[in-house]
Design a binder for this molecule. Structure first.
Ligand code: GLA
Length: 395
């Protein structure tokens, strides 16, 4: 289902009349659990999905950044020297942001031709933007031999999205895209940035992870996301800790009693309990327990995101309830919320029934039909084509 290997190369040649210098691929992600914890110094447990973006790049002899998308066509040319935060709009801002962030970090970047070809469903909360910026960053860094390792790429792409595009997200999406490995969950401590690969072989247990894209339109996402961050920061300040990560589950009742505002209290309760759920899921998987045992923690995460963090919408709640009624072992929204996808842990044999149950629940409520697909943990970002000579071709 991923854009065919080599598709970006072919499209690059069509767009620019010469072959690319280097081609990389980077995936989108789903987060198994650990939602809205990454900007609270907490824990996350994502996996890379087999949908991503191929980025084909080549140096140009001038100082122009020319970007073409196989899906959306060409973007307006930009001058590398005049890139400024907020100075590019739409999808190409994610590409321009990477080039800007490299320049800001002191790297000498000249003109570039960039072709991107992606198949991450857009607006579904599967991190199509992280796939875009990580594929481009990895390809450019490789092409120009800038010597940045993956952790540095995570920081660079996050900075580009925060400071150039203006989205105040945490480090979850870029980490998943760049650090995840096939067959594993990425267990990441977003404070220390220590990470570990946790094997996740559901098929061995007759299980599957079914993703349901509710296709519910995202409403008010940006403002609401920023508001959640502010509420969490306010809670940490009031409790006198650097971040909500520093509140232990055992101390939670006492901490909550000190928070005056009931909204801030609910936000804090979600974050502290969610960190604990991540640790418990990792503990169960590490112990080699039947993964069905994590189902109730996934569902508890959804309930917390619905009732305490208040980032679900009716389509997400209906999908979770219908999946559970149809026998899913656990189900929850994944990503920022306010629309997007639900993940469900199902017996492989029961996946079609769960899919039908969600579709039927949507039909009876007049929602647009959802789209469902199974995922297994895919590889993180990787090179598809070696860099060639760094010499730009004559114009
Ligand atoms: C979005 C952000 C991430 C993270 C999630 C919620 O995907 O980009 O940084 O905060 O929401 O867990």
């Amino acid at each position: 289902m991923t854009a065919a290997p080599g598709s970006a190369r072919t499209a690059f040649v069509e767009a620019f009349g010469r072959p690319p210098g280097c081609v990389w691929w980077a995936p989108g992600r789903v987060n198994l659990i650990g939602e809205h914890t990454d900007y609270n110094d907490g824990y996350v447990l994502p996996l890379a999905i087999p949908f991503g973006v191929q980025a084909a790049v080549r140096e140009r002899p001038d100082r122009v950044l020319r970007v073409v998308s196989a899906q959306s066509g060409p973007a307006a040319d930009l001058r590398v020297d005049t890139l400024r935060p907020g100075g590019a709009a739409g999808w190409s801002a994610y590409v321009a942001g990477v080039v800007w962030a490299l320049g800001e970090a002191g790297h000498e970047i000249g003109g570039l031709d960039v072709l991107v070809d992606g198949d991450v469903p857009l607006g579904a909360g599967l991190s199509s933007s992280a796939a875009l910026e990580c594929s481009v960053a990895a390809a450019v860094v490789d092409l120009l031999d800038l010597g940045l390792d993956r952790s540095a790429l995570v920081q660079l792409t996050k900075r580009s999205e925060n400071a150039f595009v203006g989205v105040p997200n945490g480090i979850l999406d870029q980490s998943a895209s760049l650090l995840a490995t096939e067959g594993h969950l990425l267990f990441l401590d977003t404070r220390t940035l220590a990470s570990r690969q946790v094997p996740f072989d559901l098929a061995r247990h007759g299980l599957a992870l079914l993703v349901v894209d509710t296709r519910a339109p995202h409403a008010l996402v940006d403002g609401e996301y920023a508001a959640r961050r502010l509420a969490c920061e306010a809670a940490a300040r009031e409790l006198g800790v650097p971040a909500l990560r520093d509140v232990d589950l055992a101390e939670l009742p006492e901490a909550l009693a000190r928070l005056v505002d009931p909204v801030i209290r609910r936000r804090a309760r979600h974050v502290v309990t969610e960190d604990d759920r991540v640790l418990r899921v990792v503990g169960l998987l590490d112990a080699g327990d039947d993964p069905r045992a994590i189902g109730s923690l996934l569902t508890a995460s959804h309930v917390s995101l619905r009732d305490d963090f208040e980032v679900t919408v009716p389509a997400l709640d209906v999908a979770v309830d219908a999946a559970l009624d149809a026998g899913a072992h656990g189900a929850r929204m994944t990503g920022a919320g306010f629309g997007g996808c639900v993940i469900t842990l199902v017996d492989t044999a029961n996946a079609p029934a769960v899919e039908r149950a969600v579709a039927e629940a949507f039909r009876s409520r007049g929602f647009a039909p959802p789209k469902a697909f199974e995922v297994t943990p895919a590889a993180g970002a990787h090179r598809l084509e070696q860099p060639v000579s760094r010499q730009p071709s004559p114009p």
